[in-house]
Ligand binder design. Structure first.
Ligand code: PGA
Length: 261
């Protein structure tokens, strides 16, 4: 097992566009973003619909901003109508992929086992894999948060070797798209728990896995979220759809980085 640290500089700010935007809208978004922030000093990524990977990656070619996908199939290729392989998203220009997002688990019934195969495939293809985990409101109320996360981590990372291509995003489901952000104290204890699981799995080098927080992140709350020890970045849905709010978050995150140096 290698103890290599992620090559991505932190904080890491990833926008998840979900199923929004067509090509011309995406192109004017990227143009405006690059006008405001030509070369962010932190890691910034845009996880876009499959149809936008190519045009967005071409526009971002001379910038440090990364283009990513929001899902992929675990097989190299094959008769899987409607699916898309790691090599295909890479070929189109993606350098990372979000895997096991709660919307994939909930609406498309993705299991930890299937997500585990996708994580392995992404990492072995040298694609950064952002494994999403998180509990529902009911699970939290029933005191099951740690059990749910432990299972998602153990099963999602079963047989995965520690890799600089592995990232994890903690996204409590009740905070996604709801405007309700988890309280920093609650996030702090959960991310500390996740890190302890990584250390159990991978030894001390597990603590180097970048851990992102996601769920109703916006310019107004991103500074306090990034101040939480062990939070190395943010996964942003709604607030990544407008240039101004995403640019504001990137600016705040860049300052957060400078003050921690
Ligand atoms: P949100 O979405 O920022 O709109 O809550 C986050 C996500 O689903 O990744």
């Amino acid at each position: 097992m290698s103890a290599e640290k992620s090559a991505l500089s932190t904080p890491i700010v990833i926008g998840n566009w979900k199923m929004y935007k067509g090509i011309s809208e995406a192109e004017s978004f990227v143009k405006d973003l690059l006008d405001q922030l030509p070369n962010p000093s932190i890691t910034v990524g845009l996880a876009v619909p499959f149809t936008l990977i190519r045009p967005v990656a071409l526009q971002l070619k001379s910038s440090s901003v990364l283009t990513g996908a929001q899902n992929m199939h675990e097989a190299s290729e094959g008769a899987y109508t409607g699916e898309i392989a790691a090599s295909m998203i890479q070929d189109a220009g993606a350098s990372f992929v979000i895997l096991g997002h709660s919307e994939r688990r909930r609406y498309f019934h993705e299991t930890n086992q299937q997500i585990n195969l996708k994580v392995k495939k992404a990492i072995s293809s040298n694609l950064y894999a952002v494994l999403c985990i998180g509990e529902t409101w009911d699970e939290r109320q029933e005191g099951k948060t740690e059990d749910v996360l432990r299972k998602q981590i153990l099963e999602g990372l079963e047989g995965v070797d520690i890799s600089p291509y592995l990232l994890v995003a903690y996204e409590p489901l009740w905070a996604i798209g709801t405007g309700v952000t988890a309280l920093p104290e609650a996030i702090q204890s959960v991310v500390a728990f996740c890190q302890s699981q990584f250390i159990q799995l991978f030894g001390e080098s597990g603590s180097a896995i970048p851990l992102l927080y996601g769920g109703s992140v916006k310019p107004e709350n991103c500074e306090e979220l990034l101040a939480i020890p062990a939070v190395s970045g943010l996964l942003i849905g709604g607030a990544s759809l407008t240039v101004d709010s995403l640019a504001k978050i990137i600016e705040i995150a860049s300052v957060a980085r400078k003050s921690s140096e």
